[in-house]
Design a protein around this ligand. Structure first.
Ligand code: NAD
Length: 482
């Protein structure tokens, strides 16, 4: 069967950062691998007045590092057209319709359309209703809408946003991107959990002491101060990437890999999360904000970053204890942690197993067995076990079995765009997952808003305030990655 996908992409926000850094390189890689060949075209739209030639130059520039040859890059870019377009202006959609139909014919695309909304979500409703009303949705092919985070800032407005889109497209046609779901080791979680009897049968509260999800960034807010002031770490990373990973860790085995079955189990896992309130928030969640450190001269504190409000109490770090109502996870928390200006850049899951009673060893002689899933920047697995020290003694020592993926891994966006072309929604986020995630996050936000006194400062280049360590220490746990 041919792997060639036929599609016309219409990218709203074609002059933007995401399109340049991620979408054009991803499309080029798919072109290079023959997933896209003759039967595809791209219309980039945005407000700026660009010509087709200039747009094609930009696209060529975006793939400069990965191109096979100048000629190959030019061939690829020749499939791109540009239309200057204010998304609020109905007239523009008519011109767009004409261009779309012309390209559909020229490249024999057969009516398949992918509308990529790489723009502020405040425009999603306007764009989708115009697409439907002005006839850009075809009868003869598939019509899919890809949208980017942030999907609202709380349940209420995300529900409104969703309803606006649903007026023009069905849930089936909506592909909500969480690019962490395109990461190799996140995609590997189900295989790891359900494809290995060795792991599958131990994956419950009887054998697992706790799990730790860390999304650490070593950079600050950079030029995104204004955005971050509206978001903070909880919304920026917690509602989406972290809870997506948590749902994959806690869900029951799905009936199949089909998106309906996977979604069902992920939604159940999210529904089972114990909601927090102002009574227990201080016990279970810590928030922090980075400040200067004598060890890192020249690195600004959050309050001195561009476009950050004076005296802001926006959190740049969170750590929390996430618990499930599901009995198989009774007393086995998932600790989560994310922040800016942490010690290093690392995305990882550490699964800490319980130590057994033993007549041979004292409890403190054995290290914990820990399975680490390295999600980024390197991808792989590590398993910490106890072994006998080599030599004439019978002491124990921890050893680590390591596996690091060395093959080149397709980029997150490359995988997700291909999945969208193939109509495979397993690695996209269903509305119910978004809704359940906001339910959990909103409860924390509301509890924090009731009492803003507990924002702890942490020096840059550290893994958060001491309170984030105490969160685990009071339960005789500790962060495996320090
Ligand atoms: P950007 O500001 O660089 O680009 C926005 C685009 O929208 C530009 O092309 C601009 O011309 C266009 N635009 C704005 N108003 C318009 C209007 N009225 N009519 C027509 N075009 C208009 O933003 P970005 O960084 O490319 O991000 C796009 C979306 O993706 C945002 O929702 C963002 O939150 C999300 N996102 C971005 C990244 C990233 O790495 N950049 C990562 C995750 C999610």
């Amino acid at each position: 069967m041919s792997q060639n996908q036929k599609a016309l992409f219409i990218i709203f926000g074609g002059t933007g950062d995401l399109a340049y850094r991620k979408l054009y390189p991803a499309l080029y890689k798919l072109y290079k691998e023959n997933y896209l060949n003759e039967n595809f075209a791209v219309i980039g739209t945005a407000r700026r007045e660009w010509s087709d030639d200039y747009y094609q130059e930009i696209v060529t520039d975006a793939i400069d590092d990965i191109k096979v040859s100048d000629q190959h890059a030019e061939e690829f870019a020749s499939h791109f057209r540009y239309q200057s377009h204010n998304v609020k202006d109905t007239e523009n959609y008519r011109t767009l319709l004409h261009l779309a139909n012309t390209l559909d014919e020229e490249y024999e695309i057969g009516g398949n359309r992918v509308f990529y909304l790489s723009m502020s979500p405040s425009f999603f409703g306007t764009i989708t209703s115009h697409l439907r009303e002005e006839g850009l949705v075809t009868e003869n092919g598939f019509n899919r809408v890809i949208i980017e985070k942030p999907f609202g800032t709380e349940y209420e407005n995300s529900n409104e946003l969703n309803n606006e889109i649903l007026e023009s497209f069905d849930e089936e046609q909506i592909y909500r991107i969480d690019h962490y779901l395109g990461k190799e080791m996140v995609q590997s979680l189900m295989t790891l959990r359900f494809g290995n009897p060795l792991i599958k049968h131990l994956w419950n509260q009887k054998f697992i002491s706790n799990m730790q999800v860390t999304l650490a960034e070593d950079i600050g807010v950079e030029d995104r101060g204004a955005y971050y002031e509206q978001s903070g770490a909880l919304r920026d990373m917690g509602q989406n990437h972290i809870l997506q990973i948590v749902s994959l860790l806690l869900m029951d085995e799905p009936q199949s890999y089909h998106s309906e079955d996977v979604t069902k189990e992920k939604v159940n896992a999210l529904k089972n999360l114990k909601l927090l309130d102002s009574q227990n928030i201080k016990d279970k969640f810590v928030r922090g904000q980075y400040t200067t450190s004598p060890d890192a001269p020249g690195i600004l504190d959050y309050l001195s970053e561009n476009e950050v409000n004076e005296g802001s109490i926006v959190e740049t770090f969170i750590a929390g204890k996430v618990e499930s109502e599901n009995e198989q996870w009774a007393n086995t928390p998932v600790y989560i942690r994310t922040g800016k200006r942490m010690k290093g850049k690392s995305t990882r899951v550490d699964v800490v197993f319980k130590n057994d009673e033993s007549s041979l060893f004292d409890a403190d002689e054995l290290s914990e067995n820990v399975l680490t899933i390295h999600i980024g920047p390197t991808e792989g697995l590590a398993l910490q076990l106890n072994s006998k020290q080599v030599g004439h003694v019978f002491n124990t020592e921890p050893i680590s079995l390591d596996y690091q993926i060395e093959n080149s891994i397709p980029d997150d966006y490359e995988k997700l765009i291909l999945n969208a072309l193939q109509g495979d929604k397993t690695s996209f986020v269903h509305w119910e997952e978004v809704a359940e995630s906001w339910r959990y996050i909103d409860a924390i936000r509301t509890a924090w808003e009731a009492d803003p006194s507990d924002l702890f400062k942490y020096p840059v280049n550290t893994n958060g305030p001491k309170e984030a360590y105490e969160l685990l220490e009071k339960e005789n746990h500790h962060w495996f990655w320090e």
